[in-house]
Ligand binder design. Sequence first.
Ligand code: AMP
Length: 216
Amino acid sequence: MNIVLFGPPGCGKGTQAKRLQANTGLVQLSTGDMLRAAIASGSEIGNRVKDIMAEGKLVDDETVIAMLSERIDAPDCDKGFILDGFPRTLAQAEALDALLKGKELEINAVVEMTVNDEALIERISGRYSCGNCGAGYHDTFKKPETEGVCDECGGKDFDRRADDNADSVRIRLDAYRNQSAPLLPYYRERGKLIAVNGMAEMDEVEKEIKAVIKTA
Ligand code: AMP
């Protein structure tokens, strides 16, 4: 089973992909996480994409397709995967189809997570994560139980993403509308698209996605 979680920045793709990975065994493949890891490692790719990502623009297709293609070859992907943040352009969707066809695999379902714009901005502008284990928090919706201490690992350093600021968020939303939203008809025409209400409680969204996975 291979699924795509699709939707604008802040719709909850990463949160849901992590939950599904923890209790379905499918592997989360986040191109955003891969690119942030490249930046943190100081690699050539990381240095090349750093400013583009901080601004909120999309990284070029060639780079992300090559990155994903290599990751999909790893043995842990044999049990199925959840794509989080890929594909984001028509060229990426076509490359993905070709890549999977060569392995006699396919995308079984594309889950569109719908969230209104106001909620997206509110969610993105308050979020941060533990610098040690990556657990996600939010200034309003999910504070650690003890202020300044990660619930999961006890870490005391927290990070905010360089692109979670008002200017970059505006550019990321534009990129979603102009470059990524055209993928909705692409997957609808192929009978793969299923929408879930991303405004619901996290547990409810997870339940809905699991129901989709069962029937796909
Ligand atoms: P995300 O973590 O999915 O919100 O992605 C953060 C940023 O990484 C995006 O705003 C882009 O700059 C870059 N990025 C992640 N995935 C892709 C992709 N599939 N295509 C192009 N750029 C991407």
